[in-house]
Design a protein around this ligand. Structure first.
Ligand SMILES: Nc1nc2c(c(=O)[nH]1)N[C@H]1C(S)=C(S)[C@@H](COP(=O)(O)OP(=O)(O)OC[C@H]3O[C@@H](n4cnc5c(=O)[nH]c(N)nc54)[C@H](O)[C@@H]3O)O[C@H]1N2
Ligand SMILES: Nc1nc2c(c(=O)[nH]1)N[C@H]1C(S)=C(S)[C@@H](COP(=O)(O)OP(=O)(O)OC[C@H]3O[C@@H](n4cnc5c(=O)[nH]c(N)nc54)[C@H](O)[C@@H]3O)O[C@H]1N2
Ligand SMILES: [Mo]
Length: 813
């Protein structure tokens, strides 16, 4: 297949026809039928012939079907699938840890499932027994696979609980800073709360502000199969005469869809813009004094800060303008309009994936408090509408349960039951590579001290370290410190290639599972094996159960049930709940045959739900979970922590790298938005990549002026680099990015020229450039968006991309 050719959707069928020649493809389970399925892109119909999935049709219950699923025939039957259990040659020879520096360089050997599972079980058990939970890195990330029974992350955690314990990460890469700062400000993690409904927004708002968010793109996918109902509300917004703004570092798809007024800020400077707005609202008496008095604490201290009472720096709109680049007049107009008219501010997450990422989230809550719309129907701020297609009217439906990572009490007394006595070691999200680099180091975290664990064995499932995590060259270096890396993966990703034991995983269309659609809960859906798993791949559930069996604890893991058994149990529980809601559900067998059960009735009680409405209505009765029970503009709790990098109120602190300290050497800020052509790294190995790439690489979006200065033309292969690393990317000149900002989407597969060394990435994995530092001592989350670099036309030899090739495989040693 010529990967570099641009192709049309109609070509997908042709790909499927070729797919039958791929080694590993077996029979379909249902001949010439359409079979229902679901995944993180949504529910769908898989159209089969006798040997493969030929195409995918939209599910009629999906309001805006996600075109990503059209690439399913290619992504399932992909040449890049891991077909058989594999062990790295030296590791297999030594029957255990050996020559970790050869990872990525050395051949893999095809082995039997027994050999692979024995080695995996042994490495985990021996290291746990000798060193305890701190030796086992079991975080497993998020986005690979899904389902209530056999999601790789849950089953891996359950397996490692059965072992006794492991190292996990608190929070996540998505909103790690928000999750830790918000409890101090709003009394709860807030960022994942049920959001204000679109219906309420469209009914009441005169202005909607998209603040660092691109919901048109990011609502395509969800943790649970989305039926994309949120887009209905977004369509209503489009039809209305509500004015929209987009505060962003570039003009994104959402801003273009709505024709928004673009307020373009320098990356990572939102906090300064917001503080300038607060100063303006205060000095022009445009702020809601009554709201501040009744619902917040600490305003006077913040006022002193923006007035410059102590530091003699007045944080007015001119001050803000110099930092963020938005003209002072624009800031004044913007602030005035938001104060005078009913406004809803929709907040994205990229803002807080940056050095001091706690600050913009806190500052935005404070700005909204000053605007005073918070808690009025459909107004105020909202964190959760940029994801999962949320905000539509809920359905009256049972809530489907899922497999738990807790071990049932009935197994407490067997075999010493280590899961009863051993505790997991928790480190803040995204601190794993720091732990490898500095085991035993004590770091600050949200008022506590955390000793970084000494990790020796990694079990990786459902996540992709080399595209997810920052500073890839440092990962490559630190990764060698693992004695054993076990990766459960459907594909030969870079993480798989850097492993010792690779376990081939069957994906959603090859196995059984059950789920409920998001965000309204309208359908409970069955995942059915439409085709036989490719090669010898198996479900994550099966793999983890087999490993537990080798510790003599298979039943502790499975409780004697297989995947279908668990599905039936969760379905029966839902059916029981349904009775209480006056709903009837068909038998499990009927449900499974059809593929889904629908709950049609709207829950009209919550259709105008608004965040903090109850608090606004009665702040004494509906106190927030903060110490004061109110919104904390100044936090005495954080003050006591005494962190220079996280002051006790929203504060502008220069990020480590930003355009304000850019040098001649590295004059450009790199932002890494989420791509509309994939889910992080997923599907990048499939045919959909052809829609996204430029010259066979991840595109780098660059402004015409910056391109001209460097003699770059669209279609050129460019080298983007800084002291941490270098990547090649395909140049796309466009004025949707401002001067001195370049955008490279996260998730392009890592493709080092030399595997296992600090090396040029030939394909454009942006995390080769980013730096790996916690946001602050408070949240210690990732700072992926704080990065300066330079770009030039690539003059070297352009070599073929190897990211999607299989490693060298031996049939035996
Ligand atoms: N620079 C930069 N970096 C970022 C971000 C950014 O904005 N900028 N965003 C961050 C964010 S918000 C997130 S959430 C993370 C995402 O990070 P991840 O969740 O690690 O991202 P994915 O690429 O989706 O990784 C999922 C992996 O699981 C595999 N997989 C698929 N199906 C299955 C299955 O059934 N079983 C198993 N075991 N594996 C399966 C896939 O092949 C893939 O390798 O990235 C973060 N990294
Ligand atoms: N299609 C698709 N959808 C997805 C995902 C995916 O990979 N693909 N990933 C999902 C996941 S796990 C998550 S966490 C969410 C991510 O959701 P978000 O974090 O909200 O998404 P991003 O694309 O990282 O960034 C949103 C917008 O912020 C802008 N931005 C970047 N830096 C700044 C800044 O300093 N200031 C301002 N004002 N704006 C800035 C970007 O240009 C972009 O338009 O998306 C989810 N949805
Ligand atoms: Mo995320």
């Amino acid at each position: 297949m010529k990967r570099r050719d641009f192709i049309k959707f109609s070509a997908l069928a042709a790909t499927a026809a070729q797919a039958s020649r791929i080694e590993g493809v077996k029979q379909t389970i249902f001949d010439n039928k359409k079979v229902f399925g679901a995944n993180r892109f949504g529910p769908f119909w898989a159209n089969l012939n006798s040997s493969q999935i030929v195409s995918v049709s939209d599910f009629e219950g999906d309001k805006f079907p996600n075109t990503m699923n059209y690439s399913l025939p290619d992504s399932v039957q992909n040449e890049n699938r891991v077909l058989y259990p594999m062990v790295r040659k030296s590791y297999l020879k030594a029957k255990g840890a050996a020559k970790s520096e050869l990872r990525g360089k050395e051949e893999f050997v095809r082995v039997s499932w027994d050999t692979a599972l024995d080695l995996a079980a042994k490495a985990l058990k021996e290291n746990f027994d000798k060193y305890g939970a701190e030796a086992i890195y079991g975080e497993c990330y998020w986005w690979g696979g899904s389902g209530k029974v056999s999601w790789g992350r849950t089953v891996a955690h359950r397996m490692l609980k059965v072992l006794g314990g492991y190292v996990e990460e608190s929070g996540d890469y998505s909103t790690g800073a928000g999750l830790v700062i918000m409890p101090h400000v709003l009394g709860g993690s807030a960022v994942y709360d049920a959001p204000t409904k679109w219906k309420a927004i469209v009914k009441n708002a005169k202005n909607v502000v998209f603040w660092g968010t691109d919901p048109i793109v990011t609502n395509q996918i969800s943790s649970v199969p989305p039926t994309h109902d949120g887009y209905l509300g977004m369509q209503e917004l489009k039809k209305s005469d509500i004015k929209t703004y987009s505060v962003n570092v570039m003009i994104n798809d959402t801003a273009r869809y709505y024709g928004s007024e673009n307020i373009i800020v320098r990356p990572n400077t939102d906090t300064a813009l917001i503080i300038g707005m607060c100063h303006y609202l205060f000095t022009n008496n445009l702020y809601d004094e009554e709201f501040i008095k009744k619902y917040t604490v600490g305003f006077n201290k913040f006022k002193d800060y923006f007035l410059g009472t102590q530091d003699k720096v007045v944080k007015d709109i001119e001050w803000a303008s110099k930092i963020c680049g938005v003209p002072a007049g624009t800031i004044a107009q913007f602030a005035t309009r938001l104060a005078k008219e009913p406004t809803t501010v929709l907040i994205g997450r990229a803002l807080q994936r940056a050095d001091h990422g706690e600050q913009p989230f806190w500052a935005l809550v404070v700005l909204n408090a000053m605007l005073g719309h918070v808690g009025k129907e459909g107004l105020g701020f909202e964190f959760s509408l940029g994801y999962g297609s949320a905000g539509a009217t809920d359905k009256i439906a049972p809530v489907l349960k899922g497999l738990s990572t807790r071990i049932d009490e009935k197994y407490e007394n067997i075999d010493g039951a280590p899961w009863k006595t051993t505790k997991n070691i928790t480190i803040p999200s995204s601190r794993s590579i720091e732990a490898l680099e500095h085991p035993g180091k004590e770091i600050d975290y949200d008022g506590t001290k955390i000793k970084l664990p000494h990790m020796r064995v990694a079990y990786m499932a459902s996540g992709s370290m080399f595209t997810r995590h920052q500073d890839v060259n440092n990962i490559v270096k630190q990764w060698r410190k693992f004695d054993t890396v076990i990766t459960a993966e459907p594909y030969w990703t870079s993480t798989a290639k850097f492993s010792d034991i690779v376990l081939p995983v069957a994906i959603e269309v090859e196995r059984n599972d059950i789920n409920q659609t998001g965000s309204t809960g309208e359908y409970i859906v069955a995942y059915k094996p439409a085709i036989e798993p490719m090669g010898e791949s198996k479900s994550d559930f099966w793999i983890c159960e087999q490993i537990c069996k080798r510790w003599g604890r298979g039943e502790v893991f499975s409780e004697g049930k297989d995947e279908l058994g668990w599905m039936k149990e969760f379905y029966a529980d839902a059916a029981e709940q349904a009775k209480g809601l006056n709903l009837t559900m068909p038998s499990f067998e009927e449900f499974y045959e059809k593929g889904y059960v629908r709950f049609e009735k709207d829950n009209t009680e919550t259709e105008l739900y608004t965040r903090l409405a109850a608090f606004r209505e009665n702040p004494a009765k509906n106190r927030l979970g903060t110490p004061s029970g109110k919104i904390e503009i100044y936090s005495p709790t954080i003050a006591k922590m005494n962190y220079a990098d996280c002051p006790p109120m929203p504060t502008w602190i220069e990020p480590k790298e930003w355009l304000g300290n850019a040098t001649k050497k590295y004059p450009l800020h790199v932002v890494s938005p989420h791509s509309r052509y994939r889910l992080h790294s997923q599907l990048n190995n499939s045919i959909i990549r052809n829609f996204a790439e430029v010259s066979g690489r991840e595109p780098v979006l660059i402004n015409p002026k910056d391109a001209k200065e460097r003699g770059l033309a669209t279609g050129d292969v460019a080298r983007v680099f800084n002291d941490r690393g270098e990547i090649l990317a395909g140049v796309l000149i466009t004025d949707i990015v401002p001067e001195r900002v370049v955008a490279i989407c996260e998730g392009a597969w890592y493709d080092p020229e030399i595997w296992g060394e600090k090396s040029l990435c030939q394909h454009g994995c942006v995390n080769v450039l980013t730096f790996d530092k916690g946001t602050s001592k408070l949240a210690q989350s990732n700072s992926a968006h704080t990065v300066l670099a330079q770009i030039e036309k690539f003059k070297g030899e352009i070599k073929p991309i190897t990211a999607f090739s299989k490693p060298k495989i031996l049939q035996s040693i």
